[in-house]
Design a protein around this ligand. Structure first.
Ligand code: NAP
Length: 323
C-alpha cells in the first residue's frame, strides 16, 4: 500500500492520526511548519504505541507553495489536518483565514496534480452551525455564513476554507476525491505536551484557572473517534464528495455541565473545576446530528464522560496539571 500524507503532524489530532496509521501498518509522511518539532512528533507517536520508523517528517507551511508537491509525491491518500486554531482570537481575521484557505487550496492543488486518490479534509462544526438558526438543529446540509454578524475569525476561517475546497473540486483538472470531516469540540487523550486550544480548556478547568464557567454550550467528540472517522472517510468508496459531522451521541453540553461530569467521575483530581456559570440569558441547546457518519460509515463514537475522563488523566499522566 502506498504512503499516506498527514498535514499538521505536530498537532493534537495530527499526532493521534499518525499513530493510528502507523499502528495499522501504513507508511506515513507528515508535514510540519518547522522540522525543529520533528523529535516532539516522533516522541508523541511513540507515546501512542506506534513505531515511528515508518514516519517521514517534511517541512511545509500553509502560507507558502514550497514543499507541497514534494510532500504529496508518491502518496495516494492525503489527510489535510493543519489549520491555525489559536486559544485567543486575533484582531486581524486574515491571520487565520489566509493560511486556512490558501493552505487548503495548496494541499488540494498539489493532490490533484499528483493524482492522489482521495483527500480527507478536517473542517469543523464551525463551518456548519455557527450561523444562528431557529430550532438550532444542525446536519451536514447546514453551512456557517462567513458574513454572520459577530462571527469570530476562527469559525470564519474554517467556513471559508471548506467552501474554497468544494469550489476547487467543481473546477476541471480533478484527480483527487474530497471528503470532509466536521468535528465539534475535540477532547480526549493528548499525545503531545504542546496543548491545543481544546485541551487548554480542560487543563484550565482542572487547574482552577477557570473559577467561573463561560456561558457556552457545544458538541464534544473524542480525538480517537475523529481519527476513526478520518480513516472511514478515506476508505469508504461512497463517501466521496460528502461531509460528515463528528459529534458524540447525546445533548450538547455547557462548560459547567462538563465540569460536573469531571467532578463526579474524578473526585480529587477535579476538585478545582468550576461549579458556577457566568451570569446571562438562558443558553440555547443546539442539536447536532451524527446520523450520516453512523449510518453511512458505521461510525460509533465514545460517550462524552469517557472522553472527558481520558482527557483529564492524560494531562495528569503527562505531568501537565498544576499541583
Ligand atoms: P493543533 O494541535 O493546534 O494543531 C494544528 C496544526 O496545524 C499544527 O500541527 C500546526 O502546526 C498546524 N498549522 C497551523 N498553522 C500552520 C501553518 N501556517 N502552516 C502549516 N501548519 C500549520 O489543533 P488540533 O486541535 O489538532 O486541530 C487540527 C484540525 O482540527 C484543525 O484543522 C482544526 O481546525 C480542526 N478542529 C479542531 C477542533 C478542536 O476542538 N481542537 C474542533 C474542530 C476542528 P505548528 O506545530 O507548526 O503550529
Amino acid at each position: 500500500m502506498s504512503r499516506v500524507l498527514v498535514t499538521g503532524g505536530s498537532g493534537y489530532l495530527g499526532t493521534q492520526l499518525i499513530a493510528a496509521l502507523l499502528l495499522a501498518g501504513r507508511e506515513v509522511r507528515t508535514t510540519v511548519r518547522s522540522t525543529a518539532r520533528e523529535a516532539e512528533v516522533r516522541a508523541a507517536v511513540r507515546r501512542g504505541g506506534a513505531d515511528d520508523a515508518g514516519l517521514q517528517v517534511v517541512a511545509a507551511d500553509l502560507m507558502s507553495d514550497d514543499g507541497w508537491p514534494a510532500a504529496v509525491a508518491g502518496c495516494a491518500e492525503v489527510h489535510h489536518v493543519a489549520s491555525p486554531i489559536p486559544a485567543v482570537q486575533p484582531d486581524d481575521p486574515d491571520e487565520l483565514i489566509v493560511p486556512a484557505r490558501e493552505g487548503t487550496l495548496r494541499v488540494l492543488r498539489a493532490a490533484r496534480a499528483a493524482g492522489v486518490r482521495r483527500t480527507v479534509l478536517t473542517s469543523s462544526f464551525a463551518a456548519v452551525g455557527y450561523t444562528p438558526k431557529p430550532g438550532a438543529e444542525f446536519t451536514e446540509d447546514d453551512w456557517t455564513d462567513p458574513d454572520t454578524p459577530g462571527l469570530a475569525p476562527y469559525p470564519r476561517s474554517k467556513a471559508i476554507a471548506e467552501r474554497a475546497a468544494w469550489d476547487l473540486m467543481e473546477r476541471p483538472g480533478g484527480g483527487t476525491e474530497l471528503v470532509v470531516v466536521n468535528p465539534t469540540g475535540i477532547f480526549g487523550p493528548t499525545l503531545t505536551a504542546t496543548l491545543g486550544s481544546s485541551m487548554q480548556l480542560v487543563k484550565a478547568m482542572l487547574d482552577g484557572a477557570m473559577p467561573v464557567a463561560p456561558r457556552a454550550r457545544f458538541g464534544v467528540v473524542d480525538v480517537r473517534d475523529v481519527v476513526d472517522l478520518h480513516l472511514r472517510a478515506m476508505a469508504a468508496p461512497e463517501a466521496a464528495g460528502r461531509r460528515f459531522l463528528a459529534v458524540a451521541d447525546g445533548p450538547t453540553l455547557s462548560f459547567v455541565e462538563l465540569a460536573a461530569v469531571l467532578r463526579e467521575r474524578l473526585g480529587p483530581l477535579a476538585a478545582r473545576v468550576p461549579a458556577e456559570e457566568a451570569p446571562g440569558a438562558p443558553l440555547p441547546r443546539p442539536v447536532i446530528h451524527n446520523d450520516r457518519a453512523r449510518t453511512e460509515l458505521g461510525w460509533r463514537p465514545r460517550d462524552v464522560a469517557t472522553t472527558l475522563v481520558d482527557s483529564a488523566t492524560s494531562l495528569r499522566d503527562l505531568g501537565l496539571l498544576e499541583d
